[in-house]
Design a protein around this ligand. Structure first.
Ligand code: PDD
Length: 277
């Protein structure tokens, strides 16, 4: 069959991508981003566990077991002779089939993963980053790491167009998370963050931040804070596999405290580095 592309018509076989692919047509799939330090995965088990939770939530039956997926990911590092800092992107979609909202039957899921170099963003982690707030217009199952990232993409782009690194999302005034990271507020020596409900992704680094806080004797309170609370915060920070523990020094052009990374944020950064090495 002849296919129309943005500039011409071509035979289907000339297309470089599988056009009837459910990830492309419906965002019908899930993914993980796993950090690599010195050629080794950080929090691999946590990410594989979450991948399987996401798969179960969207009824994708993975052919591989957790153990097999783990082995495949380890082999990927070996075969690439990966010995640097980087990340892996792993994606699973419901597969390729004629377009129909209803699940296709009897076809395998599409799985791929690739690694990329990713040096640690130490400059930003030392200096801190600027952010904006945005309404969280996503759906009610944000705990699933799904490919449906359009609201996240639009929020992050809005941040960039405002000279910012991230967008802090809020639902009815309550801060949920950022477009691709979790977010925390520090007030009077305590860390506050949205509880791990359906409204946020349960970040693998977030789990570690909770542990670091416990180890350091800093109360970690899973209570959402509001956009208004930000004005009087002592510190704000975010976390993700790619951003690690990142200080936020301004929100909507307003400086947080003295505009420098805070004490507790720095303690969490040190705990992170010790943990990741
Ligand atoms: N994003 N919240 C959202 C919406 C995310 O997309 C991410 C990760 C996180 C942090 O999760 P973790 O600590 O497990 O990395 C929170 C990845 C990095 C991405 O989409 O590129």
């Amino acid at each position: 069959p002849i296919i129309m592309t943005q500039s011409s018509f071509t035979h289907r076989d000339n297309l470089k991508y599988p056009y009837e692919e459910r990830g492309l047509q419906f965002g019908d799939g899930i993914y993980e981003v796993i950090r690599i330090y010195n050629g080794e995965y950080y929090l691999l088990k946590e990410h594989v566990d979450r991948l399987f939770r996401s798969a179960a939530a969207v009824k994708i039956n993975l052919a591989a077991t957790k153990e097999e997926m783990t082995q495949l990911l380890l082999q990927l590092l070996e075969r690439n002779k990966m010995n640097k800092d980087g990340k892996v992107y792993l994606q699973v979609t419901r597969g390729s089939a004629p377009r129909d909202h209803v699940f296709p039957e009897g076809i395998p899921e599409n799985v791929y993963a690739y690694i990329q170099d990713l040096p640690r963003n130490t400059e930003k982690m030392d200096a801190g980053v600027a952010t904006i707030t945005q309404r969280d217009v996503r759906w009610e199952n944000c705990y699933i790491k799904s490919l449906n990232l359009l609201p996240n993409v639009l929020a992050k782009q809005e941040a960039k167009e405002n000279g910012c690194y991230e967008a802090i999302l809020h639902k009815n005034g309550l801060v949920t998370e950022c477009s691709s990271s979790n977010v925390y507020l520090v007030k009077d020596g305590k860390i506050y963050t949205h509880p791990a409900t359906n409204n946020i992704l349960h970040g693998c680094v977030r789990m570690r931040v909770e542990k670091f806080a416990n180890d350091l004797g800093i109360p970690f309170i899973e209570e959402s804070f509001t956009v208004e609370d930000i004005a009087t915060a002592d510190e704000i920070l975010l976390s993700s596999s790619t951003s690690e523990v990142m200080p936020i020094i301004s929100v909507d052009d307003k400086q947080i405290a003295d505009g420098k990374p805070g004490k507790i944020t720095k303690q969490l950064q040190q705990a992170y580095i010790a943990d990741a090495n």
